[in-house]
Design a protein around this ligand. Sequence first.
Ligand code: HEM
Ligand code: HEM
Ligand SMILES: [Fe+2]
Length: 452
Amino acid sequence: MQYQSQSIAKTYWLGALLIFAVQVLFGLIGGIIYVAPNLIPVDLMPFNEVRMIHTNALVVWLLLGFFGAAYYLIPEEAEREIYSPKLAYVQFAIFFLGALAAVVGYLFHYYAAEGRSYLEQPLWVKLGIVVAALIFLFNISMTVLQGRKTAITNVLLLGLWGVAIFFLFGFYNPANLSEDKLFWWYVVHLWVEGVWELVMASVLAFMMLKITGVDREVIEKWLYVIVATALFSGILGTGHHYYWIGAPGYWQWIGSIFSSLEVVPFLGMMSFTFIMAYKGRRDHPNKAALLWALGCSVLAFFGAGVWGFLHTLHGINFYTHGTQITAAHGHLAFYGAYVCLNLAMMTYAFPNLLNRAPYNQVLNMISFWVISAGVVFMTVALTFAGVLQTHLTRVQGVSFMDAADQLGLFFDLRLGAGVVTVLGVFLFIFSIIVPLKREAIEPGHAIGAPAE
Ligand code: HEM
Ligand code: HEM
Ligand SMILES: [Fe+2]
């Protein structure tokens, strides 16, 4: 760690990891309800609430992770301390307490949700998020403006401003259901298939710069190409959510064509990480961070690119819309792109933040394989379930519940893989937080320390 204020990231990432654990545990509860609906009393934990906590906790901890990544990366790129560390901690408190209050409130049935997946926070929590976001943007923008400006910080700032701007559509909640959905996708889609990709590309670029030692000019060229293709395809690609919600028919073609092109930036990011790793002359000691970064780009390519393309053409989506195929895609895409990205950055930076030697690097790498195997297996099980479900309900016209009866085996398999995933997550957290005695060394020898 070169700059004092980079340690802000530690607070954000520890908070993120805590919510990550909660998120996967609620996934597990959801998986149990699928398999044994009467095990947990319905009024104690109805499925819709369990699902809501699972998906909302996911978004919240990923955002906390991004904030942490920004606080860690910007001082090194801008070559100066964060403008105001105090504001950064205030922002954390608002965001984290808001998230906790929302979860606890839902668990005790304190308020009803608005029925907009991922955006089910009550209004006062949303307002808190906006205040926190404004503090954050002010703080990092001031830091960048007063420091060295690089392609990485420019793209990261663009992405993070976009995250905040699109969140504002979460406040506009029209009564007309078609309009409601139209704007809801402005947030959800334009986040994960738009501005979050900019965050992903810039964080990967930072990591590849540090780990491989490839020239900054080369990395920047890749970064610009990835950003251009992401925005070109992702914005009109929103159309793939407008096929069946009562929007004009031309969206079927616009959505099909542009969302198919969304595969390109993910292919770009995968090529980027591998070519940089291949070209890189530097033998960086943090092998685990490189593994996560490569794994991130590969699994994102499959989860978002391949599993996304699978059902994105309107002729196919007509049959598969809202089936388990969507859930299969949702898991692998979120995991590959954004979970892995955060875990990669944490794996890279935590040893520096905690002043440790390669720490539990082997354990950390094992956790990569365990979590990834778990999520990939869940995805495959859900894909089979989805294909069968599509055939039964949309081709043969079997009723929804009768078809569900025939999918039991796949839900058992999903639960089994879910248990593996959760164990892997705890292994990851353990490897990051608990030091290995024999590897504890004096400050200054921490791995991942900038070699430039
Ligand atoms: C990392 C990027 C991505 C993430 C995190 C992601 C995540 C998701 C999630 C969670 C859903 C379900 C939303 C809901 O209905 O509640 C969804 C739907 C969908 N995604 Fe993605 N996605 C990504 C990229 C892509 C890409 C690149 C494509 C196309 C090539 C794609 C195609 C689709 C389609 C067509 C649907 C609608 C499914 C339906 O009709 O039920 N996604 N995505
Ligand atoms: C890093 C790990 C995980 C990520 C990124 C993740 C992500 C998601 C997402 C995006 C959805 C919404 C899907 C959609 O809209 O179609 C979802 C739903 C769900 N997830 Fe996960 N999840 C993870 C781990 C788990 C685990 C370990 C389980 C345990 C079995 C699980 C079980 C479920 C269940 C049961 C649902 C509800 C599906 C439905 O509505 O039918 N998830 N998850
Ligand atoms: Fe989308």
